[in-house]
Design a protein around this ligand. Structure first.
Ligand code: UD2
Length: 315
């Protein structure tokens, strides 16, 4: 698969895509400012990639990083609804302006295709379930607006400049190497690390909030398929998810069962900007570029918990 640039390569998703690209024999370059990513995530592959400790908001750096590249996997972001609510301006730079800089650098370098980590947050609280790509977006949080605006930039770059772009709307991705340590971390990463440490997790809301929790292997596979397909994907948006909904209470029970946690869970008020229910219709990605759910929620949770146990042992 030629040469690929992964932005946010030291993040949970970027580092997983980089591993898969290497396994496919691609030449991999990666850029990360290590703001939310960590060198530990790429320690095992650092000698095999051209790693650049740079910021996508540094135009010279991103322009240089795109030189000679066929595919860009743009995963760099500050991926958090509450963080964006707290700091809408600070998150707009990396999440939206950064995306524009990546597109501009890719266009100038003659990149073949840009794959973009879009978000299910774009759908907002529309009660229609499952969410499908033809629905009118209704972003609630600044994060959702930033990610959706990025999609529009992608479509614009395809229409105006002929750069091939594909927006993959990720639905609550989880798996090994996801950072559990911040209050902004994904709920499953937090639940797992807290329960393994014998700490009481907190559910924001009454526990009936639901998500289409998607194991990382599905996202990696979707990216590779969307990069390689000859189907007409340019300028389009695709859901990447499992099509199945799990409530926070069900997720808590499942993590409890696998970790052997014996404690309880705290209930706290819902978070500002949160969406109540989210689940995807995944037929567009299935029909267009052969996307399949390669790993379901139960398998993903087992894998993630096994990995977290080892990571704790070696920490
Ligand atoms: C949004 C997007 C997701 C992705 C992510 C950024 C939606 C539906 N999903 O995820 O696709 O872009 O942003 O990585 O917009 N929660 C708890 N306890 C905790 C932590 C969280 O109950 O300790 C709740 C939280 O209030 C929310 C749910 O769990 O109701 C999921 O939260 P999250 O931060 O894992 O992800 P979310 O849905 O904001």
């Amino acid at each position: 698969m030629a040469t690929a640039l992964v932005t946010g390569v030291a993040g949970f998703i970027g580092s997983s895509i980089a591993r898969a690209l290497l396994a496919e024999g691609a030449t991999v370059r990666g850029i990360d400012n290590l703001c939310t990513g960590s060198l530990a995530n790429i320690e095992a592959i650092k000698s095999q990639i051209d790693f650049r400790h740079d910021d996508i908001l540094d135009q010279a750096a991103i322009t240089s990083a795109c030189q000679g590249v066929d595919y860009v996997f743009h995963e760099a972001a500050i991926p958090s609804v509450p963080k964006s609510v707290e700091d809408p301006i600070g998150t707009n730079g990396p999440n939206l302006t950064g995306t524009l800089y990546v597109l501009e650098a890719a266009r100038k370098a003659g990149v073949k295709r840009v794959l973009y980590a879009a978000s299910s947050a774009a759908y907002g609280d529309d009660p229609t379930l499952p969410k499908h790509e033809a629905m009118l977006p209704g972003p609630i949080s600044p994060y959702a607006v930033q990610k959706l605006a990025g999609e529009h930039y992608l479509a614009s770059y395809t229409r105006v400049y002929g750069l091939e772009t594909v927006a993959l709307r990720y639905f609550n991705i989880f798996g090994p190497r996801q950072d559990p340590s911040s209050q902004y971390s994904g709920v499953l990463a937090r639940f797992i690390s807290q329960m393994l440490a014998g700490q009481t997790p907190t559910i924001f809301g009454d526990g009936t909030t639901s998500r289409d929790f998607t194991y990382i292997d599905n996202v990696v596979s979707a990216n590779l398929l969307a990069a390689k397909t000859s189907a007409p994907v340019a300028g389009k948006v695709f859901n990447v998810a499992t099509g199945r909904r799990v409530t926070l209470l069900e997720a808590f029970d499942e993590v409890k069962r696998i970790t052997g946690y014996t404690g309880t869970v705290n209930l706290a008020p819902e978070r500002e900007g949160d969406i109540k229910h989210s689940v995807a219709n995944i037929s567009l990605a299935q029909q267009t570029f052969g996307y399949k759910v390669v790993a379901d929620f139960a398998y993903g949770l087992e894998q993630t918990i096994a990995w977290c146990k080892e990571a704790t042992v070696y920490a």
